[in-house]
Design a protein around this ligand. Structure first.
Ligand SMILES: [Zn+2]
Length: 340
């Protein structure tokens, strides 16, 4: 059971703002599509009209669209944008052409639209099963620091998410519930062998140089979009299993990313954004799927934080809350007119 006031509080979170925003009177607007560098772009002016943003402010290269409870910030020439303070890495930089500013059509259809209109994603809410994939295990420790191994952290978070979501009536399946080795394909097979609707969340912790820090959430690159930080390869043009869930993937990533950030607390982490990737579990799994990197084991401050059970609990609570929030956002239907 969720107490109504708790639910109401949760509903004030990011996704649901977008959700209710979707039912405001929508101005009739046509997409203003232009070509730039051989690619389709959509003007920010038509995006403003379609989603009922009230204001468009520009200062230098910074653009802010604001309306209702939404604040969308973009920068000309930049791929980083924020929606209500959550960082989204666009596939292509924002452009300026003549008097118009625009974002790529693929960023509009595969990112902005599903996030602002999650309830339009068909059948996405019809699940009670959540697959939690603790990354690595057994002979594969994942990242390692002076305190611990990534495989142990991943499992700790997975088991706590299982407890939290089971208590809310979800069926939770762990790809591993002990320190055993699984190949990436085995994880995909476990998920795809399920006959019922489900979502898939892979839990990892990061490692990099001593200065790299923060959390990032990966969703499958849409067809024709490269893995983050890599150039486009010919194989990126093929659709993969996970591409059937492009819209649900990014909506789920938004919920998980924003809730984990919120639960860890902005002061204790850094928002690296929601990014596109072609990790095996994302390309192979047929359910909506995301991969969370819950902090850097190689960062001195974050490494210490992770040894505090409160940090792991915050990550787990973030994931569990996100599942509940995501389900309500994608399930929401405009209430029918009251019967006479
Ligand atoms: Zn990992």
């Amino acid at each position: 059971m969720i107490h109504l006031s708790t639910l109401t509080k949760r509903l004030t979170q990011f996704l649901t703002l977008a959700l209710f925003f979707g039912f405001a009177a929508v101005a009739q607007a046509q997409w203003d599509i232009m070509q730039f560098g051989g690619r389709d772009y959509v003007s920010l002016d038509s995006i403003k009209k379609f989603y009922n943003f009230q204001t468009y402010k520009r200062s230098g290269n910074q653009i802010v669209l604001e309306g209702g409870n939404l604040i969308f910030k973009l920068r000309i020439g930049d791929q980083e944008s924020t929606l209500n303070g959550i960082k989204f890495v666009l596939t292509y930089p924002v452009i300026e052409s003549g008097a118009k500013t625009a974002i790529s059509r693929i960023d509009l259809t595969k990112l902005i639209h599903p996030v602002l209109r999650p309830n339009y994603i068909l059948n996405a809410g019809n699940f009670r099963t959540v697959i939690i994939d603790a990354g690595h295990g057994g002979k594969d420790a994942g990242a390692v620091n002076a305190y611990n191994t990534e495989k142990a952290y991943n499992l700790r978070v997975a088991q706590e998410v299982q407890k939290l979501l089971t208590a809310k009536g979800y069926r939770v399946i762990l790809t591993r519930s002990s320190d055993v080795y699984l190949t990436l394909q085995q994880r995909v097979d476990i998920a795809n062998s399920l006959k019922e609707a489900a979502i898939f969340i892979s839990i990892h912790f990061n490692s990099g140089g001593r200065s790299a820090r923060g959390i990032e959430t990966f969703t499958l690159s849409p067809q024709g979009v490269a893995h983050y930080g890599s150039g486009l390869k010919p194989s990126d043009l093929n659709a993969r299993n996970g591409n059937i869930n492009d819209s649900a993937n990014v909506a789920l990533a938004t919920a998980v990313h924003s809730q984990v950030l919120k639960n860890i607390g902005r002061n204790n982490t850094f928002d690296r954004g929601i990014k596109r990737a072609r990790f095996s579990v994302l390309t192979g799994v047929r359910h909506p799927a995301i991969l969370l990197e819950g902090g850097f084991m190689s960062h001195p401050y974050e490494a210490q934080l992770m040894e505090n059970p409160k940090y792991m609990s915050a990550v787990a609570r973030g994931v569990a809350n996100a599942v509940i929030l995501y389900k309500s956002a994608v399930s929401y239907r405009k209430p029918a007119a009251r019967a006479q």
